[in-house]
Design a protein. Structure first.
Length: 118
């Protein structure tokens, strides 16, 4: 089995177990949902609220934005369930980049240059 699929499966089982023990709410719930949605190649409409919250965490400084997004994702109780899960979540936060129009930018300077090009 693909290690990435195995970690997604593990995450789903752990979240399900946590949810059955007690309902997750607020940012804790949204952070767990965001992890599942970011792990998927396609995002169903159920991902809207969690991804909106995740991408609303924004800063001109890419390092600050990555740290703040990581802090958000780490609110999920199973975010540190395994070293692989921690690594995957860290990669999500570090690689989320900047979006404008229909284009993603990994570099803040490239993103800024589009703001003043109009």
């Amino acid at each position: 089995m693909n290690p990435s699929r195995m970690s997604i499966g593990l995450m789903a089982v752990l979240i399900s177990t946590q949810t059955n023990a007690g309902q997750l709410t607020g940012d804790t719930k949204l952070s767990c949902e965001a992890i599942l949605c970011l792990s998927s190649a396609t995002q169903p409409s159920e991902c809207s609220a969690s991804l909106k919250r995740y991408f609303s965490i924004w800063d001109w400084d890419a390092a600050t934005m990555a740290r703040d997004r990581l802090d958000f994702l780490n609110q999920c109780p199973v975010s540190n369930a395994s070293p692989q899960m921690s690594e995957k979540i860290t990669r999500f936060a570090q690689n989320s980049g900047f979006y404008r129009g229909k284009k993603w930018f990994d570099n803040i300077d490239d993103y800024r240059s589009t703001l003043y090009a109009d």
